[in-house]
Design a protein around this ligand. Structure first.
Ligand code: GDP
Ligand code: CA
Length: 332
């Protein structure tokens, strides 16, 4: 069995770690021993101090290799910031963006390989080869599609500046991805989807993580026709519980595209396959169980399950619930 997950950074990596654990723990379930591919959002990537930074990829890399700082929730464990204080002193990197010393090692390696002519896909393979990740990470696209925010004042700034410096506080007119019309899914993303038995949408930001992955021309069709006979079910997991984003500011992104911060609204935003959307099934929190019947009446198979990924057990149980829902939608 092959499982493909579409993912952003922090929320996505917790979920992907849960999927990996569910695969390990399974005995009789069809996903025992499954292969795991992750299609990673690249919209948050940017150039800083001459270095290519890929925050969502690196969140996955560090989480799956157990190099992440569990207490802080992001970055490398045992991190220091000696180099970054030098960069700040020279005015080369902004004070509001943390560049840890160990993390800089990853950025330097990535940038060196890119400058030597390798694609982001090849770079991801090289970075991932260092540790046994139990998953293959594929950038959604090899084209630079950095997300930009156009504010209601007409200012255009890189997503990182809006998100990290301004804490998503500037009102958004729209999000734009550079070069998006010319982008195509990475070869690894396409071959993973072509071989997939199940596609899962991680409980990542629906706008600037999953939305950006799906905005790559050809990606949405590849998801909808995933699997050797085009029949892989697609199951989404809500990042919104009880009307709020868990850890983070996803509400600012949803508001910007006119979607309520609500598990039902996000489910309708992705949409049911039967009515032109993406999803065969949608998982929402037990806190939102009252929304289930309305969504089912709209044609979206919705289940209320424990949605908080507190630790490996709860993450693996959530992943297993998503895989079980997919199993019920397996089309011959
Ligand atoms: P980012 O790229 O680092 O912003 O991370 P993602 O886009 O992958 O995920 C961000 C989303 O993860 C946020 O909108 C949160 O609501 C969601 N999230 C974080 N922790 C949890 C959790 O324990 N359960 C669920 N269901 N969602 C979570
Ligand atoms: Ca991100």
């Amino acid at each position: 069995m092959r499982i493909v997950v579409l993912s952003g950074g922090v929320g996505g990596s917790r979920f992907v770690r849960g999927v990996r654990e569910a695969i390990h723990r399974a005995t009789d379930e069809p996903w025992a021993g499954a292969a795991l591919d992750v299609i990673v959002n690249t919209g948050d990537d940017w150039w800083l101090a001459g270095l290519r930074i890929a925050p969502d990829h690196d969140s996955l890399l560090y989480t799956l290799s157990a190099q992440n700082d569990e207490a802080r929730g992001w970055g490398r464990v045992g991190e220091s910031e000696r180099v970054s204080s030098e960069l700040h002193a020279y005015g080369v990197a902004p004070e509001w963006f943390t560049l840890g010393d160990l993390d800089l090692g990853t950025h330097i390696a990535r940038s060196a390989w890119l400058r030597a002519g390798e694609t982001p896909s090849e770079v991801a393979r090289r970075l991932g080869a260092r540790w046994p990740l139990g998953a293959t990470l594929h950038p959604a696209t090899d084209t630079e599609v950095d997300t930009h925010v156009v504010t209601t004042n007409g200012e255009r700034l890189h997503f990182q500046e809006w998100w990290t410096r301004h804490r998503a506080s500037l009102p958004v007119e729209r999000f734009e991805q550079n070069n998006i019309a010319d982008a195509a899914p990475s070869p690894g993303a396409l071959s993973a989807l072509a071989a997939a038995d199940v596609v899962l949408l991680a409980p990542s930001n629906p706008v600037v993580s999953i939305g950006t992955v799906l905005a790559v021309p050809g990606m949405r069709d590849a998801v909808l026709s995933a699997g050797p006979s085009g029949s892989a079910p697609v199951v989404g997991v809500s990042p919104i519980i009880a009307g709020a984003a868990v850890r983070g500011m996803a509400d600012a992104c949803l508001t910007a595209i006119g979607v309520d911060t609500d598990a039902a609204a996000v489910g309708r935003h992705y949409g049911a396959r039967g009515s032109g959307g993406l999803l065969d099934a949608w998982l929402i929190g037990e806190e939102d169980a009252a929304l289930v019947n309305g969504l089912i009446a709209d044609g979206l198979d919705t289940r209320a399950v424990p949605l908080w990924m507190r630790d490996l057990d709860t993450s693996a149980a959530l992943a297993a619930a998503a895989l079980a829902a997919a199993g019920e939608h397996a089309r011959a």
